[in-house]
Design a protein around this ligand. Structure first.
Ligand code: 13P
Length: 255
């Protein structure tokens, strides 16, 4: 596997944190700390923060993402935001299928697939989240489960569109728990995802795909995780709200 073939991407997922005013302050703190990054730096912020964060990141190396989008372009879907709406604001990325959406908001592999297709059709880059629960890990089905989630999420996505896809492996038991997958566990599952992609799209697409790890990645463990051959970046929750910690992760990814 040749890591040079793919982009390393560190993405912060702010989840449901920060008012626009707080978001501006946080971005202003993060900006100087990551300006020399040799990896791609993304912050995925709440919808109401997008305008502020897009403005605050102008001219910087920080890209901006949303945390979800609907699959229809417009219509009677109260409370939803569409892909063309995000695109019209110059949002570049969108997270799709985060386990918190699967767990609390009825997201399924099928709706993940619909959202992915809509986002890609509207020129957005997607970060698709997959990952197992503790129970599923203990049952020994992690790699099959993650392969299935990946295949369904990408059903109908062309090889050409894969250049706008990132997969984030996020074991549910590691999210917000302070429990991190070991570097070996992260690499094993990321490798299984890459094999799945190779089966569907061929080796060239698989080798070029950025596959992140997420789940309690922090300033202390990032370097070891990111040194793994199949870990091409991170999707960072808690630590992305702490400028110095986030910067350390970006630094680890820039090595
Ligand atoms: P934590 O880094 O807080 O565990 O969250 C990970 C995550 O869910 C990122 O999407």
């Amino acid at each position: 596997m040749n890591k040079d073939l793919r982009k390393v991407v560190i993405a912060g997922n702010w989840k449901m944190n920060k008012t626009p005013e707080e978001a501006k302050k946080l971005i202003e703190e993060i900006k100087p700390l990551v300006k020399d990054a040799k990896c791609e730096v993304v912050t995925c912020v709440p919808f109401v923060d997008l305008t502020t964060v897009l403005e605050a990141t102008k001219g910087s190396n920080i890209k901006v993402g949303a945390q979800n989008c609907h699959w229809e372009e417009k219509g009677a879907f109260t409370g939803e935001i569409s892909a063309p709406m995000l695109k019209s604001m110059n949002v570049e990325y969108v997270i799709i299928g985060h386990s918190e959406r699967r767990q609390y908001f009825g997201e399924t592999d099928i709706t993940v697939n619909k959202r992915v297709k809509a986002a890609l059709a509207n020129g957005l880059k997607v970060i698709i989240c997959v990952g197992e629960s503790l129970e599923q890990r203990e049952q020994g089905v992690t790699c099959e489960l993650v392969a299935m989630q990946t295949k369904i999420a990408l059903n109908g996505v062309s090889a050409d569109d894969m250049k706008n896809v990132i997969i984030a492996y996020e074991p549910i038991w590691a999210i917000g728990t302070g429990k991190t997958a070991t570097a070996e566990q992260a690499n094993e599952v990321n490798h299984a995802i890459r094999e799945t992609i190779a089966q569907v799209y061929g080796k060239a697409v698989a080798d070029a795909l950025t596959i992140q790890y997420g789940g309690s990645m922090n300033a202390g463990n990032a370097e070891e995780l990111l040194a793994q051959p199949d870990v091409d970046g991170g999707l960072i929750g808690g630590a992305s709200l702490k400028p110095a910690d986030f910067a350390k992760i970006v630094e680890a990814a820039s090595k």
